[in-house]
Ligand binder design. Structure first.
Ligand SMILES: Cc1cc2nc3c(=O)[nH]c(=O)nc-3n(C[C@H](O)[C@H](O)[C@H](O)COP(=O)(O)OP(=O)(O)OC[C@H]3O[C@@H](n4cnc5c(N)ncnc54)[C@H](O)[C@@H]3O)c2cc1C
Length: 212
């Protein structure tokens, strides 16, 4: 496999067990694309959405630690200057600049952050999470004219207090002539896709990136 060795230049725990790591950008990419990454040549690379602007001198990756995972626990323990290996960039989860809603849960917000940082804008962003800490980058997303945070636990001001599937179900008519970009867990993407199809959204208008 074509792997490139890079050094960790920055590491930040943005909320408990969720990390942003950065290394030098040595390639161009389109927001929404992914790379493979591993910290150990014996471990197959895991895929990660790039979570930074193509204009940045560094590439950022956002990940949450799976306690029983093989890569993310040691990755969370890496120190500045440690090496990781990355694959060439790939992926087709690319915004076509047509009117769209962006829908994400958890670290599935990463490609949308990259899109935002490169000047791309949705008609609406719906971000889902459990607790208030799960709304990564909300300070930057709040500049969007229509930004909905759906929290299954937190009922405070500025939050829709339930899952994003419930928020979507409450629409009697969803726009059928726009695109829907979904990114996150398989469970969320499949639930939302099925819900959108039931509400008359053409399958071809639903663009998905599943983190499995
Ligand atoms: C296109 C794409 C983009 C992604 N982007 C991101 C991103 O931006 N950020 C992010 O955090 N994640 C992302 N992911 C998920 C990421 O690739 C990893 O799967 C995740 O970080 C876990 O890696 P790990 O090595 O720690 O866990 P793994 O060792 O891969 O384990 C993951 C889970 O699977 C279970 N498991 C492992 N092996 C088995 C088995 N044989 N049978 C049953 N269960 C098993 C483990 O118990 C664990 O719960 C993406 C995935 C895809 C496909």
């Amino acid at each position: 496999m074509d792997l490139q060795k890079v050094s960790i230049l920055n590491k930040q725990e943005i909320t408990p067990n969720v990390f942003l790591i950065e290394f030098k950008r040595t390639f161009n990419f389109i927001p929404g694309q992914i790379i493979g990454l591993t910290n150990n040549l014996d471990l197959p690379p895991r895929l990660y959405s790039i979570c930074s602007s193509p204009a940045n001198k560094n590439i950022a990756i956002l990940f949450n630690v799976k306690s029983d995972g093989k890569l993310t626990p040691p990755l969370a323990d890496t120190k500045l200057g440690d090496s990781v290996w990355i694959t060439p960039v790939q992926g087709k989860f690319i915004f076509n600049n047509e009117p769209s809603w962006w829908i994400a849960t958890g670290t599935g917000i990463a490609p949308f952050y990259s899109m935002l940082k490169s000047g791309q804008r949705p008609l609406k962003l719906i971000q889902g999470g459990r607790a208030i800490d799960d709304f990564y980058f909300s300070n930057e997303f709040k500049q969007l004219p229509d930004y909905i945070k759906c929290s299954s636990q937190y009922a405070g001001e500025g939050f829709y207090n339930s899952r994003l599937t419930k928020y979507l179900k409450e629409y009697t008519h969803l726009p059928t002539d726009i695109n829907y970009y979904l990114c996150g867990s398989a469970e969320m993407v499949v639930d939302v896709r099925n819900l959108l199809i039931c509400k008359g959204i053409p399958f071809g208008n639903i663009i998905t990136e599943i983190y499995f």
